[in-house]
Design a binder for this molecule. Sequence first.
Ligand code: DI6
Ligand code: FE
Length: 399
Amino acid sequence: MHCDTVWTGARLLTMTGEDVGLVEDGIVAATDGRITHVGPRTEAPAIHARETVACDGRWITPGLIDCHTHLVHGGDRAHEFELRLRGASYEDIARAGGGILSTVKATRQATEAELVASALPRLEALMAEGVTTLEIKSGYGLTVEDEGRMLRAARQLGERRPVRVCTTLLGAHATAPEYAGDADGYIALVADRMIPDLAREGWVDAVDAFCEGIGFSPEQVRRVFEAATAAGLPVKLHAEQLSNLHGAELAAGFKALSADHLEYLDDAGIAAMARAGTVATLLPGAYYFVRETQLPPVEALRAAGVPMAIATDCNPGTSPLTSILLTMNMAATLFRLTVSECLLGVTRHAARALGLAHETGTLEIGKSCDLAIWDVERPAELVYRMGFNPLHTRVWRGK
Ligand code: DI6
Ligand code: FE
């Protein structure tokens, strides 16, 4: 068989089958950016490649996927961090006009080019650790125009760097200041104008909302989801982060790709997610940074067979985190995920949380040739170390 590139002498984690699909002495072949062969050397056909890359026993995983980020935003909230260190709470700061709304102000003041420029270093930090696909949400514009600018900035990042960007419209992140005291009025704007208009422009891959006491009620989220469904877009939800409003059940009712955070998720929510095939996206960076103590129900999710993804939730308020490797370490240390679960959480299950299971997240024939090649002796090292990056090479679409 002929191909563009073949990687030989590697140990593979294909992320297929029951566990992580370990192959000793494996090869991967690709043509036109797609995997054309993957498996043990001894079972491979004769391969004639234009380029051969000897991996010298290094490990190859699928390119990593960060399936929940707010990477594009104006400014930062380092000052609020200092206030919190001196005793202020996240809610105190939000009520004093800080919090999400202070990032809204900074984001509205930024041009599209400025949003791209400020997000690039964060994107590069993720890519340096083997990320080949990431999701980027809007949610700090809160007008049709400002949300549109955030989504275009996100799309531009995917054109400026060799990485796949999925855009999520999070218009229902907070009530826009113009609608203070009229959350229903703001939700009408999101459902009747923002979602249909921005979907028509082609800038939106999925729709998200923040279902929470300080966010939106399940009834308001339902309006958002109905508008998304009418526009032909899949949904996901920030659910059960600070309290239990049964958002995950609502999301599952709309066949959501994922429900995210989930610290306060209950058994009914887990059962609904399992039935709907909704992925549980866990965000240990936010749990850590706001010093949450309620743990997500990992044991029950596992028992119910709900796939668990993990992501950085990179955002300026509750998770200023741009390391997918540290996120895996936190998921293991704080949430007690196993090494296999951490690795599946940033590959196969993360792809599914983005509706990309057909395209990336595993090493399988026909999928995009997205690889991360690691200088480690065993896969557990990818989860075990803190602040050390053993990436050797990142390959996206065969390059
Ligand atoms: N949950 C979060 O943790 C972030 N958004 C959300 O819905 C917080 C965003 C911020 O504080 O800027
Ligand atoms: Fe988030």
